[in-house]
Design a protein around this ligand. Structure first.
Ligand SMILES: Nc1nc2c(ncn2[C@@H]2O[C@H](COP(=O)(O)OP(=O)(O)OP(=O)(O)O)[C@@H](O)[C@H]2O)c(=O)[nH]1
Length: 193
């Protein structure tokens, strides 16, 4: 399936495009992409980008699909699914684990549901580290047309399957680490990114 990397955010908390910040000499988004590429269930990478960042991402050697909606992650997922079923990940997740991606993709393929999304015991979802089928598109379209842009709500209203995070190896939890602030970049120092 497609590995869809979302890269159309505004990085307000970061102040400046966080996906381009260099970590060990490489842009943050490239760390994420290279890990997603290692998942055996991912056949191709497509970056769902803003129009402004498209050239820069293509210059890194990756296919880009421009997100014309720019309404947040729900629009990025909607855009990605126009190409086919996809594992969707935020571009700011440089510690994402290929084996965890494959675990979710396997569950998704078995369950044949519109989405397969990791879930914490308190009910919190991780929708930007999840697999989606094109069957999710009609519900997404409805939500977008209504102006309801909360992806979590769309997932909950769908017939999604869930992966219970607390039942998985504890070391997999670092897969969800994402960069929002400059302080988060500091946390990556000394890590094997
Ligand atoms: N394609 C696309 N990606 C988005 C959009 N909004 C956010 N993303 C991506 O989704 C991921 C998570 O985004 P957030 O960190 O919640 O939002 P952000 O706008 O990047 O950052 P803040 O302004 O600090 O909230 C990042 O990889 C973003 O680039 C969007 O409208 N379209």
């Amino acid at each position: 399936m497609i590995g869809a990397v979302l890269a159309g955010g505004r990085s307000r908390r970061f102040g400046g495009d966080k996906l381009l910040v260099r970590i060990d000499g490489k842009p943050l988004i490239l760390h994420t992409i290279e890990r997603v590429e290692l998942a055996r269930g991912v056949d191709e990478i497509v970056v769902i980008s803003s129009r402004e960042n498209a050239d820069m991402i293509e210059a890194l050697g990756y296919d880009v699909l421009v997100d014309t909606l720019m309404i947040g992650p729900i629009g990025g997922i909607y855009t990605a699914l126009s190409l086919g079923d996809a594992f969707v990940v935020a571009g700011d997740m440089p510690l994402i684990l290929p084996e965890f991606i494959d675990f979710i993709i396997d569950r998704f393929l078995e369950a044949k549901k519109p989405a397969c999304v990791p879930r914490w015991a308190n009910g919190y979802l991780e929708p930007l580290h999840a697999a989606y089928s094109q069957d999710f598109l009609p519900l997404l379209r409805e939500k977008i047309e209504e102006g309801n842009y909360a992806i979590n709500r769309a997932v909950r209203e769908s017939d999604a399957c869930y992966v219970d995070i607390e039942e998985l190896p504890e070391e997999w939890r670092e897969s969800f680490f994402n960069v929002n602030t400059r302080g988060d970049v500091e946390k990556l120092k000394g890590r094997n990114v």
